[in-house]
Design a protein around this ligand. Structure first.
Ligand code: HEM
Length: 377
């Protein structure tokens, strides 16, 4: 999903990259260090909002502020005490986190419902603006072909199904991508040489007269290797998503009976010393060939997007976003922490995604990148 039609998706991502860079230029102009977390969240939210609802949020929009609050509530509570994921019957006991989670999900549902109602009101069979329109069209077509055996409800196209489909895209597509971007910034600040290497690659392959495009991906292997290394060293979903075996099966030598809950320890796969040399070391070079000109995956023990039938649905979109946002930012800015501040912790905070702590960042425009050079792609 989201792999096809990437030209229009690229346009959406570049427009958000441009708006993010404008904010960084404005902050730099007045010497302001920024907590990038809300800026990156809005940027990534807007990409998903454009794809799902053909709309986006401006800075300070009250609806977006509400989105930020409920998202953080969900992130903080879902996997906080993951015992309930392993033993779901534990939810019968009073649980403050579960209560907060339900409140956040209910706020999210009413925001989605509002968007859904607006879409239903101005829906037209002749125009398809976004995913919501595509789902509404499929629903209407199923309703028109309604037979006793096949109804819109039975093929998963009830109002609830449509809302939850879009809810899942938001739930799975915003915090994940935002978190990887935040880890990328954190590691780049810890490793200024890696930042310089990416900037040199950008300068020589893209130059300064135009912005990076998806078609540049093949000629920027060091940046791609850095993204892969961020996804390895700080997987956003360190235990993936809990699964249940639908039939008797096996993994390697282990028998897995139907109904068994299976939790994959991705953290351990990505930090296994038998698979990775110095796994705690941040080293984009491990994803490059010896000449440093091409990409490799040096171990099968690398599954940042999961694998198999439940592999991440948004992998292609996420990779486009990571590449374009990071290349646009690093072409224009050098990232650092304000003088006198200590480097941000690499420890991370465990929740439904594994997030870095908050800290402020100086985005210093690179020589030659005056504000008026912030052009669209
Ligand atoms: C860098 C960003 C992302 C990472 C690292 C990531 C990672 C993952 C992982 C590890 C899983 C679980 C796979 C499993 O349990 O086997 C997953 C599932 C999923 N992801 Fe992503 N994801 C990212 C971005 C996105 C985006 C942008 C979207 C949608 C727009 C998305 C949609 C989904 C969905 C719908 C699932 C559930 C798939 C299923 O159960 O069939 N993800 N993702």
């Amino acid at each position: 999903m989201f792999g096809e039609g990437s030209a229009s998706i690229e346009k959406i991502i570049c427009s958000e990259a441009q708006s993010l860079c404008s904010i960084l230029f404005e902050a730099a102009a007045v010497g302001l260090a920024l907590d990038l977390s809300p800026e990156l969240t809005r940027t990534v939210t807007n990409v998903i909002c454009c794809l799902c609802f053909n709309s986006s949020y401006r800075r300070g929009d009250p609806e977006f502020e509400a989105t930020l609050r409920y998202s953080q509530g969900i992130v903080d509570t879902v996997a906080k005490d993951s015992l309930v994921d392993i033993f779901p019957w534990l939810q019968i006991f009073p649980n403050a986190d579960l209560r907060l989670l339900k409140q956040c999900v209910s706020i999210r549902d009413s925001l989605l419902q509002k968007k859904y109602d607006e879409h239903k009101e101005d829906y037209s069979d002749h125009v398809q603006r976004d995913l919501m329109d595509a789902l509404l069209r499929a629903k209407r077509s199923a309703e028109n072909n309604n037979t006793a055996e096949i109804s819109a409800e039975s093929v998963g196209l009830s109002d609830d199904h449509l809302l939850m489909t879009v809810g899942d895209i938001f739930g799975a597509g915003v915090e994940t991508t935002t978190t990887v971007l935040k880890w990328a910034v954190t590691y780049l600040i810890h490793h200024p040489q890696v930042q310089r290497n990416i900037q040199e690659e950008l300068d020589s392959k893209v130059g300064r007269d135009r912005s990076p495009q998806l078609s540049d991906r093949g000629s920027l292997p060091y940046l791609e290797a850095t993204i892969r290394e961020v996804l390895r060293i700080r997987p956003v979903a360190p235990l993936l998503i809990p699964h249940v075996a639908l039939s008797d099966t096996s993994i390697g030598d282990f028998t897995v009976r139907k109904g068994t809950r299976v939790i994959i320890n991705l953290w351990s796969l990505h930090h296994d010393e038998k698979e990775w040399k110095n796994p705690e070391l941040f080293d984009p070079g491990r994803f490059l060939n010896i000449e440093g000109t091409g990409l490799v995956i040096p171990s099968p023990s690398y599954l940042p997007f999961g694998a198999g039938i439940r592999v991440c649905l948004g992998e292609a979109l996420a990779k486009m976003e990571l590449f374009l946002f990071l290349s646009w930012i690093l072409q224009r800015f050098t990232l650092s922490i304000p003088p006198g501040n200590s480097l941000p912790s690499l420890e991370g905070k465990f929740g439904v995604v594994f997030q870095p702590v908050k800290y402020k960042v100086n985005a210093t425009p690179r020589p030659g990148w005056e504000r008026n050079k912030c052009q669209a792609c």
